[in-house]
Design a protein around this ligand. Structure first.
Ligand code: TYD
Ligand code: MG
Length: 454
């Protein structure tokens, strides 16, 4: 192995030190030092570039476009999220909490893609374990190779012999390169291994999927270093106790980042859910108080979701507020608006809020549904089951417009809703006569309240 020189850098301010330090003398941060390679002796590091390698500036109009040939993953959801298939030479980081189903989805991708040679490298499981998982998924494939290995030099040697069309690495945290001494999973190992994989992807035009575990605070381990390097970042989210998983892109050089895919974890692997609204709304025989349906947007995809709320008198002095799938601070804000602007006495009540299906929603367009669910539970009056909501609520109690209102209305109509409440300020350019669903504009919470509960 070639001898290399390494040094330590503060990951927060870039301060350089010959040995590891607990506290950075420059920015005073603790525990930020990580080892990095300075010189690889095998490489020509003289700094001078040979003249025939110098690139000249080109006019942008004169750059010839090659037709990029994406290949399909045979999974419509995954193809859509990637922006229409896998781009040759792309490096995709696939992150998610342990146990969420990353290995399952990647193995499924490997097994589904028929006719392409795939190498699935696992540093976490043995060949037998992967085979067992493949049996569970139950797809036959004759061009999918598996390798249980963690050393990148060994992996590249196998790649050279095997010449795969697609490489999957499970996971980046288990890999280690011989050029660095620190242990697998450390910042410098993760960064260097990813850099080696990136070089391979770009030089050979082979797409590479890298699985990465997410730390407790929700960031990809290896403080963001990987996100800059890769072309696409996919995140797999969801509650392990529920069957639904959301696949999002948080970065994509070859497509939009607004896409969202939904999967259901079954005994036989993951199944793409093509109509999410249907699974996220409970179909009840009789309407119940405390339930409101929001016409929400997840990225570019309209989705109807069910908001459940329970309001009861606080048993102990301090009222409790809890929210699942919704930002608690936003709930507190909405409760304050109801109290101060609309005169509902919620300050002495416990308020619980839940978004059905275990999904997390950040779209402010569900505010009105949240408010209505809370009021419905508070008054113990139900909202008709054919009614849904799409509006934001402002601090003064006004009902504010939301984006993509036509898509929201369209989705609600498609699912058979009869009434949708939207903001009065959302009607510009909207032709409500073309819908069968009744579109009701409101400007104040009081108006909604009297229309719903009279
Ligand atoms: P896994 O893909 O190993 O998660 P990760 O690689 O993200 O850590 O999936 C873990 C869970 O998925 C595990 O608890 C079992 C469950 N599972 C199923 O429910 N059905 C299946 O067909 C498979 C393969 C796994
Ligand atoms: Mg795994």
């Amino acid at each position: 192995m070639a001898k290399t020189k390494s040094t330590f850098f503060c990951q927060s301010c870039g301060y350089q030190s010959a040995k590891w330090l607990g506290k950075c003398p420059s920015c005073n941060e603790w525990n930020t030092f990580a080892e990095e390679i300075l010189v690889k002796e095998t490489k020509n590091n003289s700094g001078s570039v040979s003249p025939n390698k110098v690139r000249k500036p080109q006019l942008i109009n004169e750059v010839t476009l090659q037709n990029e040939q994406r290949f399909s993953t045979r999974d419509a959801e995954l193809d859509r999220i990637l922006g229409g298939g896998i781009v040759p030479g792309s490096l995709v980081l696939f992150g998610g909490e342990p146990g969420i189903g990353k290995s399952t989805l990647m193995l499924q991708l490997a097994l589904q893609a028929q006719g392409v040679k795939i190498l699935y490298v696992s540093g976490e499981e043995s060949e037998q374990q992967i085979r067992m998982r493949a049996e569970r998924i139950g797809i036959q494939n004759h061009t999918c190779f598996i390798l249980s290995e963690t050393n990148t030099q060994h992996i590249f040697k196998q790649i050279e012999q095997n010449q795969p069309d697609l490489l999957i690495i499970d996971s980046i945290q288990t890999l280690h390169t011989g050029f660095i001494e620190s242990s697998p999973g450390s910042v410098s190992q993760v960064r260097e291994c990813a850099a080696e994989l990136m070089r391979f992807a770009k030089e050979s035009a082979t797409p590479v999927f890298i699985i990465g575990h997410i730390t407790k605070d929700g960031s990809l381990a290896g403080p963001k270093v990987l996100e800059h390097m890769v072309d696409t970042v996919l995140q797999f989210e969801g509650d392990r106790n529920y069957v639904y998983r959301l696949l999002r892109t948080t970065k994509n050089r070859f497509g939009s980042t607004n896409e969202l895919g939904i999967y259901e974890m079954r005994g036989t692997g993951l199944r793409a859910v093509s109509n999410p609204s249907e699974i996220l709304i409970t179909h009840r025989d009789a309407p119940t108080s405390g339930v409101a349906i929001a016409a929400s947007m997840e990225g570019l995809r309209p989705m109807l979701i069910e908001i459940q709320s329970l309001v009861s008198s606080a048993a102990y002095g301090t009222p409790q507020r809890a929210a699942t799938g919704f930002d608690l601070r936003r709930l507190n804000m909405l409760l304050a608006v109801l109290e101060k602007r609309c005169g509902f006495r919620l300050g002495i009540k416990d308020v619980f809020l839940n978004i059905a299906g275990g999904i997390k929603v950040e779209d402010p367009g569900i505010d009105l549904a949240v408010v209505c669910a809370v009021l419905s539970s508070n008054e113990d009056l139900y909202i008709p089951q054919d009614t849904c909501f799409a509006a934001e609520v402002g601090l003064t109690g006004e009902i504010r417009p939301v984006n993509r209102i036509e898509q929201r209305i369209g989705e609600a109509e498609k699912l058979g809703f009869k009434r949708i409440f939207i903001s009065s300020y959302n009607t510009k350019g909207l032709d409500i006569n073309k819908y069968k669903i009744k579109v009701i504009h409101v400007a104040k919470i009081e108006e909604v309240f009297s229309l719903l509960f009279g």
